[in-house]
Design a protein around this ligand. Structure first.
Ligand SMILES: NC(=O)c1ccc[n+]([C@@H]2O[C@H](COP(=O)([O-])OP(=O)(O)OC[C@H]3O[C@@H](n4cnc5c(N)ncnc54)[C@H](OP(=O)(O)O)[C@@H]3O)[C@@H](O)[C@H]2O)c1
Length: 413
């Protein structure tokens, strides 16, 4: 039917990716958006053509019922549930970047060369690594959620035209690096094979392509660290960096880079949540995006060598980069007390530190001492040529954090 409105379901609408995607799409002309999460309260402040549906993606019957009044044309799948045992289960226990680097160097020297001798050792090693990284989903929790919602929307009254699936750079093993994964090569292109061992993203992508089978089109988008506003931000490097800076500032310390000189010069990217929303939308609506997989990173390659001095300027702090790193545990020893003092001093609303800051996520993210670069050539060749500058992206996020009184406002300091 001509001019019929697109009706999108966004699964995982409250996540760091899903929230910005929801906000973006709800403001596009000709789109009605249905946001799904188990708890949608953080989306009530959003405007636009938006309906909030609280449902568990594990419950197919409830999903079918709650969505039965709509005729959904597009699914944007941005949900994720953490498999047990991973990084996110470690609470506020601190992961030391230098310790991770030492363990990986040990594995490279003593363990990885032995893996070709025994299939069992090979599988055990990669499973152990994946579990620690939080990406070993042997129970297929994520695949089940994807298949439940896709299964519901592939049936009437829905008129499913496209499913856009969000996965990520862990498809390529960006979290393993060359020490653990000898076949690791960058920049990642969409043809770069997946890493050894179990890979949840590969499983989900394979499922989507198989189930679509000409009935509806699909696209897969693979970002790296996503930066954007999030109601559950403790696993966001953007939030954790800003709060790390403020904690050190409150202690009278310079902005210390704790992960050593190799990590300082390693090259990588970030993925703006806003740019990601635009690509998900483009891949779901432009014929060139149909049935394709795309990387999604900002337009610039960056390293801490460039970003750290910029962060120092932004937060008005001198920087320090000890070549052999520094213990985060020592640096953040009294962080709860420092946070409380900081909040009182700048009259910030009461907010537990662990709701906006994760020392373990910060430590694990900074520990990356290998290049993790992505090619955007495929998307550009097919017509998605939008880019974003990483520095402006961080500045926007920090301004949002100031506006929401998560960190002190520079204007009031
Ligand atoms: N964050 C990053 O930097 C990053 C980088 C690269 C790739 N990725 C990938 O991008 C995807 C999205 O990640 P994210 O960081 O945006 O995730 P996130 O912030 O943890 O959000 C996950 C979303 O899924 C929803 N969800 C989880 N279990 C659910 C259930 N049973 N029923 C309904 N909704 C459920 C959550 O809402 P409720 O809990 O309220 O239900 C939330 O809206 C994942 O595949 C992730 O690995 C993320």
């Amino acid at each position: 039917m001509k001019n019929r409105k697109n009706v999108a379901v966004i699964a995982g609408a409250t996540g760091v990716a899903g929230r910005t995607c929801t906000e973006f799409l709800a403001h596009q002309p000709n789109w009605d958006v249905i946001a799904i999460a188990r708890n949608c309260s953080s989306l009530r402040e959003l405007e636009g053509s938006l309906t909030l549906v609280e449902a568990d993606l594990n419950d197919k019957q409830v999903l079918a019922k709650r969505l039965s009044q709509f005729e959904v044309s597009h699914l944007f799948y941005t949900a994720w549930v953490n498999p047990p045992g991973g990084l996110r289960d470690k609470g506020q226990s601190i992961i030391e970047p230098m310790q991770i680097q030492k363990q990986m160097a040990f594995a490279k020297r003593w363990v990885v060369p032995q893996l070709s001798r025994s299939r069992r050792l090979h599988d055990l090693f990669y499973r152990g690594f994946q579990r620690a990284a939080g990406s070993l989903d042997l129970d297929q929790r994520n695949l089940k959620m994807l298949s439940n919602v896709t299964g519901v929307l592939a049936q009437p009254p829905h008129r499913l035209k496209h499913v856009a699936l969000l996965t990520g750079g862990k498809f390529y093993g960006m979290h393993m690096g060359p020490s653990i994964y000898p076949g690791y090569t960058t920049p990642f292109t969409e043809q770069t094979p997946t890493h050894p061992g179990h890979n949840t993203y590969a499983e989900m992508e394979g499922y989507l392509q198989e189930v679509a089978n000409g009935r509806f089109s699909w696209s897969v988008v693979r970002p790296t660290f996503i930066i954007g506003p999030s109601p559950k931000p403790s696993q966001s490097i953007g939030y954790s960096l800003a709060i790390y800076a403020w904690l050190l500032k409150a202690l009278g310390q310079p902005l210390i880079f704790p992960a050593g000189s190799q990590a300082y010069s390693a090259k990588g990217h970030y993925s703006s949540a806003c740019l990601l929303a635009k690509m998900l939308h483009w891949s779901a609506t432009d014929p060139n995006g149909a049935n394709q997989t795309f990387n999604l990173v900002n337009g610039d390659v960056v390293s801490w060598e460039q970003l750290w001095p910029w962060l120092g300027d932004y937060f008005d702090m001198p920087i320090e980069v000890p070549a052999d790193g520094m213990s985060l545990k020592t640096l953040l020893k009294d962080r709860e007390q420092t946070w409380d003092d900081l909040r009182q001093r700048y009259q910030l609303p009461p907010r537990p530190l662990d709701s906006v800051f994760s020392a373990n996520f910060l430590g694990a993210s900074l520990a990356i001492n290998w290049d993790a670069t992505y090619s955007m050539a495929k998307a550009e060749a097919l017509g998605f040529d939008q880019t974003i500058d990483t520095y402006s992206m961080f500045a926007d996020l920090f301004a949002t954090l100031e506006y929401k009184q998560i960190i002190p406002s520079k204007k009031r300091v």
